[in-house]
Design a protein around this ligand. Structure first.
Ligand SMILES: Cc1ncc(C[n+]2csc(CCOP(=O)(O)OP(=O)(O)O)c2C)c(N)n1
Length: 299
């Protein structure tokens, strides 16, 4: 635990803005998100480490690269873009992103998974945490809700709001994912952006060993998506993907966009990297100290 004394488990008060940045400036933000994931999980004593750490760069681009429109002081602002975490078990990364945006105090991250708090193990709409648009956690349902939101925004309200959703890649084994995808292209939802966290890992193994869902890109194309593959740990490449979507929406292509982000589960913490065993467990105190120490060496 010596290292822990160097790398505090306490949350700091740093927050970040959502203006367009040089993609390199998203790297320290992603790493602060990673540190907060570790801090909240070790306090919780349960929860998911692998997916949240692996997708931190995606969240840094989405919330801090000027991609999504939102106001951290008013997450009910009608003009905001919507984000739905379809992979609800990855809640720690969403909570950390929202706290780093200033949507709620960062020390609240220390209440993850405790009774009677707003930060439950999966996002719950009735917890009224700013930035949580809907409950999720039952795989395949979040994307379906998100498609409904995009339909309502574009076809009923005629608004220019965009709807983003993130699914895991194991989540693609759920049939309802593809019903939602079919609807998104049938209804021409160019305001809909589907991010797939393609870490090739799921709860109990590698994707092809549990149930093969490859080729993912071909499937998305076949379901009518303008599909782009990006390096999910390269902020410039992630921004290329998001800009592609924003361009599609601005031009009104009539096609939804899928961003297949190649990631590694547990990225940023060497002993978790690319190991499916870290899908659903938290670090011990010693492991958290080691992880924070490693993350402190990163930019
Ligand atoms: C409908 C449904 N079935 C099963 C589960 C249990 N479950 C939670 S996460 C998960 C694995 C998901 O894999 P992936 O989407 O690749 O997420 P990652 O392991 O990368 O975090 C499973 C089976 C669930 N939450 N919902």
């Amino acid at each position: 635990m010596d290292v822990a004394t160097k790398q505090s488990l306490d949350f700091n008060t740093t927050t970040f803005g959502n203006e367009r940045k040089d993609p390199q400036d998203l790297i320290p933000i992603a790493n602060e998100i990673r540190r907060d994931i570790i801090r909240s999980l070790v306090r919780a004593g349960s929860g998911h480490s692998g997916g949240p750490l692996g997708s931190a760069d995606i969240f840094a681009a989405l919330y801090f690269g000027g991609v999504m429109r939102y106001n951290p002081q008013d997450m009910h602002w009608d003009g905001r873009d919507r984000f739905v975490l379809s992979a609800g078990h990855m809640a720690p990364v969403l909570y950390a992103a929202l706290a780093n945006a200033g949507c709620f105090p960062k020390e609240e991250l220390g209440t993850l998974r405790k009774y009677n708090t707003r930060l439950q193990g999966h996002p719950g709409r009735d917890m009224h945490l700013p930035g949580i648009e809907t409950s999720s956690g039952s795989l395949g349902q979040g994307i379906s809700i998100a498609v409904g939101m995009a339909m309502s925004d574009k076809l009923v309200d005629g608004s220019d709001r965009r709807v983003f959703t993130l699914t895991g890649d194991g989540e693609l084994q759920e049939g309802s994912v593809w019903e939602a995808a079919m609807a998104a292209s049938h209804f021409g939802l160019d305001n809909f952006c589907w991010i797939i966290d393609n870490n090739d890992c799921q709860i109990d193994g590698r994707l092809p060993d549990v149930m093969n869902v490859y080729p993912i890109v071909d499937k998305c194309v076949a379901f009518g998506f303008d599909t782009i593959e990006v390096d999910g740990h390269d902020p410039a490449d992630l921004m290329r993907g998001f800009d592609h979507f924003l361009g599609n929406q601005a031009r009104g292509t009539g096609k939804p966009t899928a961003i297949v982000a190649k990631t590694y589960m547990g990225h940023g913490v060497s002993f978790m990297n690319d190991k499916f065993e870290w899908h659903g467990k938290p670090p011990s105190k010693d492991q958290a100290a080691e992880a924070l120490n490693e993350l402190a060496m990163m930019p």
